[in-house]
Design a protein around this ligand. Structure first.
Ligand SMILES: [Zn+2]
Ligand SMILES: [Zn+2]
Length: 81
């Protein structure tokens, strides 16, 4: 699943990467100033890292899916079946 990374600090200030579902990823040219996110109609990521293919069962230390984006992805997958 194509995803946009967001670097966030947890409450103990460890940095983690949160992956979001990008909106209109086909418009991504790799040097975007902004990525709109499926989980928010108003917020997005400024100066995002490049989109990457991320497994839905992501199991890497310091990385996780945005729970809202994951719910949207799962809802879409359920509808498709
Ligand atoms: Zn999200
Ligand atoms: Zn982009």
């Amino acid at each position: 699943m194509l995803a946009t990374p967001e670097r966030v600090h947890e409450s103990d200030w460890t940095e983690v990467v949160v992956w979001h579902k990008p909106v209109q990823p086909e418009q991504c040219h790799g040097e975007c100033d902004f990525h709109a996110l499926a989980c928010s109609s108003v917020e997005g990521i400024v100066l995002p890292g490049p989109n990457q293919d991320v497994p839905l069962d992501l199991d890497r230390p310091g990385e996780r899916w945005c729970t809202d984006c994951l719910a949207i992805i799962n809802a879409a997958r359920t509808t498709e079946q």
